[in-house]
Unconditional design. Structure first.
Length: 352
């Protein structure tokens, strides 16, 4: 079962770790989506037993779906939690002190594989683990900038994984905004500039917007509790709202949706899960599929004996324009034929 350990500060986290506290499984976050490449549980259970540790930065739909995809891929290969697989799942609750403590704890244990979900856990695990224990990362926007690997094709060492972005996704979304929303001259971005992945994506968005003469207006935060205030600060300063794959921001996305709806501001995001919650549009993919891809890499290491450093870092190739019709109505957006044409040939890209 997925054990959600809530790390509420360095001293308390160490007490909880010692006590072995945990709670119940919530790994249904993929909304019942079918596993890519097979039906969950289709593989026969492996006779060997496995132990892995997972460090996730914070709970939010995209990261939770990533975890669910990983577990589904393992299950399809006959590596089944509760049977021949033990998972130590840790959640830092977006606290960097907790994140570092979790990495140190995992480094002190004997695991067959460890996985970092999001950039901060991946960085912390790479820094903390000095032996040859294989490390996989997921939901890392720029693995090279984050210094978790130095080469995407041939990572070497004991680290590899999957990036959750394709630079073209940001450019395509900015192009969509420029083409379909000519009144948008200033795009408001809520951002935690302490998250490297958010900064990388913001820079790419700005470069794309500059070509269209659109200004990127930033509203900085340092933690999730500041998200609503930051969104409200953009009222009157921006014509629409946008967020990157910024863990601190995505965790508070409900408040951004509220501000967007109340003020009739189009809200664009960098992930499908946020659009499903109430943002209007993105260019993206399902995070369950992203996690499944990482899970398949885990199978290669655990079951097939592959060296993790020989597995290339993967990126998302299939990108869809995704629209939420209910969000459009709430945000005062007229969904034109031109917008619908963007998704005409893409399955499951209109959310009612």
């Amino acid at each position: 079962m997925k054990k959600k350990k809530i790390w509420l500060g360095l001293s308390l986290s160490l007490m909880l770790a010692a006590a072995g506290c945990g709670s119940s499984n919530n790994s249904a976050g993929n909304g019942g989506a079918a596993s890519p490449g097979g039906t969950a549980g289709a593989g026969s259970t492996d006779a060997k037993t496995y132990k892995i540790a997972v460090s996730q930065y914070v709970e939010h739909p995209s990261l939770d779906a990533t975890y669910d995809g990983i577990i589904a891929a393992l299950k399809d290969a006959g590596i089944v939690e509760g049977q021949n697989l033990t998972v130590d799942f840790e959640n830092a609750q977006a606290d960097q002190a907790n994140n570092l403590s979790i990495a140190q704890k995992i480094a002190s244990e004997d695991n067959d594989l460890v996985i970092g979900i999001a950039t901060p856990p991946a960085q912390a695990l790479v820094q903390a683990i000095k032996n040859a224990t294989p490390i996989l990362f997921a939901a890392v926007t720029d693995p090279i900038d984050a210094k978790v690997v130095s080469n995407l094709e041939h990572p070497g060492g004991n680290v590899s994984g999957a990036s959750d972005t394709n630079p073209e996704a940001i450019t395509k979304l900015m192009d969509f905004i420029a083409a379909q929303f000519p009144k948008v001259k200033k795009l408001g971005l809520i951002i935690n500039e302490g998250e490297p992945n958010a900064v990388v994506m913001a820079d790419k968005a700005k470069a794309a917007l500059d070509k269209h003469g659109i200004e990127l207006v930033k509203a900085p935060i340092t933690n999730t509790s500041e998200v609503k205030q930051a969104a409200e600060s953009l009222i009157g300063r921006a014509d629409a709202l946008y967020i990157t794959l910024d863990n601190s921001v995505v965790s508070g996305v409900d408040s951004i949706i509220q501000v967007a709806n109340e003020n009739k501001l189009p809200f664009f995001s960098s992930d499908r899960d946020t659009v499903e919650k109430g943002a209007f549009a993105t260019v993206g993919f399902k995070y369950f599929d992203h996690g499944y891809q990482v899970g398949q890499m885990a199978v290669e290491v655990l079951k097939n004996g592959k060296k993790i450093g020989d597995l290339p870092v993967t990126v998302q190739q299939k990108l869809d324009v995704i629209l939420n019709m209910k969000a459009a109505a709430a945000q005062g957006i007229e969904v034109t034929d031109a917008m619908k044409k963007e998704v005409a040939d893409q399955a499951n890209s209109i959310i009612q």
